[in-house]
Design a binder for this molecule. Structure first.
Ligand code: NAD
Length: 439
């Protein structure tokens, strides 16, 4: 039912978006959004109905109750998820999220996006994702380590370099990946660096991995600007979220001459019409953790970051930020999806009407999984590339993927999102047809 103006909408704890109906508010289903994106692309491809059903649903969803001893001696039960959406093109691949708002619906959506993302950049992986319902900022380092190890040990049968390979996501990073790798290695008595990517460099991580997602956002935004004849040296930008993806994208685009006038994070938002000094802001956040209080800009309302009149908007925080409730207020020319699922399918229609060029998440933020693939390759061959080599290979992959999606978009008169899904679904379908269905 469409939202009615009489009813107030309320923000959900995690995604920040709801649909309001006459009597109640319903959080937007993130997996429901992926299904809608998938269906729209599958219809255009005119694929066989059976194949569509086979590709659409996750192959395996696991829920685990994880008892962990806290520092005060008490035990707490956490809930953990791992979803393998597809293993058609290779092992399931996808991060692990630590966040209080993690749900099975969200993990299924993220796992599905991973399948399509890996296919868009044409790397030999399927899609997976995991999560634990917890607030990592409220756990001590010891508690985080025990929680990570319990998750890895409990679900150990699911993981392996040829089966399912986790990586960092929101709330996790190289430290967590190190514990994960160690737990699996100790259990199997074999050093298993390839069981997880995004590891610290000394544990077999790859040069360039921490910056890879933001670097991919920069490459695809640069290509979009070229296509639209936008001079990046004159362009303005706004970024929502200043964590790994937001800060690296901003710094690399700032290096190309883009002026960032608006930035936000969970602590609030800041604005400077003459441009925020991004390297200074990164230093500030390294010291103070959040952007709040940064002296080089003035505080503004958080949502102004989304509604700023800029050339480039980069949502780099969480899902469902641009919905049918606010899409009319978006005024950028390029919307580069650093985050996964920041725009709902209903909002997509509004953005299309306003001729906003959306670089969809499954293309825009695929740099991370691409360098994760490079890390896995390096682990398997036991030889490591220089950072320049990794970045060069990443650029090659991202530019090729951008071109493939653009060609599909122009050929089928489809948005970049639908084109990216069409390309990915076709690649997965081709593999399934050749492999056949084992039964
Ligand atoms: P992160 O935890 O490093 O950063 C998240 C940022 O978002 C933080 O600055 C946080 O303060 C901010 N934030 C949280 N809620 C906010 C809100 N309501 N308004 C404004 N800012 C808010 O996480 P990340 O790794 O940068 O991931 C960000 C997004 O990118 C996620 O959707 C993630 O799935 C996606 N992504 C990450 C990677 C990766 O390699 N890290 C790869 C692909 C996609």
């Amino acid at each position: 039912m469409p939202p009615t103006p009489r009813n107030k909408t309320r923000r959900s704890r995690h995604s920040g978006a709801v649909v309001s109906t006459r009597n109640k508010t319903i959080p937007i289903s993130v997996f429901g959004n992926v299904m809608k994106q998938f269906d729209a692309a599958a219809r255009k491809l005119k694929l066989d109905h059976n194949l569509v059903e086979f590709m659409k649903v996750p192959r395996r969803s696991t829920i685990a109750k994880l008892p962990v001893q806290m520092d005060d001696g008490s035990f707490r039960m956490f809930t953990g998820y791992r979803v393998q959406h597809s293993i058609a093109r290779g092992p399931a691949k996808g991060g692990i999220r630590f966040h209080p708002g993690v749900t099975l619906d969200e993990v299924q959506a993220l796992a599905s996006w991973m399948t399509w993302k890996c296919a868009v950049v044409n790397i030999p992986f399927g899609g997976g994702k995991g999560g634990i319902v917890c607030d990592p900022y409220k756990l001590s380092e010891g508690e985080l380590e025990r929680l990570t190890r319990r998750y890895a040990a409990d679900l150990i049968d699911l993981f392996g370099p040829d089966v399912d390979i986790p990586a960092p996501d929101v709330g996790t990073g190289p430290r967590v990946m190190g514990w994960f790798m160690d737990t699996v290695s100790m259990r199997s008595n074999v050093s298993e660096p390839g069981v997880v990517t995004g590891k610290p460099l000394v544990l077999g991580g790859s040069e360039g991995r921490p910056e890879a997602t933001g670097r991919g956002v920069m490459f695809t935004t640069r290509e979009a600007a070229k296509h639209l004849h936008i001079d990046l040296g004159q362009a303005t930008a706004s970024v929502q979220g200043f964590g790994n993806v937001g800060s690296v994208s901003a710094r690399l685009l700032h290096d190309l001459g883009v002026t960032f006038t608006h930035v936000s994070d969970v602590s609030g938002a800041i604005h400077n019409p003459d441009g925020i000094d991004i390297p200074d802001l990164i230093e500030w956040v390294a010291e103070h953790r959040f952007i709040k209080g940064f002296p080089g800009a003035k505080a503004i309302k958080a949502d102004q970051v989304l509604y700023a009149k800029v050339d480039i908007l980069i949502p780099a925080a969480l899902e469902n930020q641009v919905t049918d409730q606010n899409a009319d207020r978006i005024r950028c020319r390029i919307l580069a999806e650093g985050a996964n699922g920041p725009v709902t399918p209903e909002a997509d229609r509004v953005l299309k009407k306003h001729k906003i060029f959306v670089i969809p998440d499954i293309l825009c933020n695929a740099g991370g999984v691409t360098v994760s693939y490079f890390e896995w390759v390096q682990n398997r061959i036991g030889y490591f590339w220089s950072e320049a080599e990794v970045n060069r290979r990443l650029e090659e992959k991202m530019v090729a993927a951008f071109d493939d999606v653009l060609v599909m978009s122009l050929k089928h008169r489809a948005t970049m999102r639908i084109a990216a899904f069409m390309l990915a679904i076709q690649r997965v379908a081709d593999v399934i047809k050749l492999r056949g269905v084992y039964s």
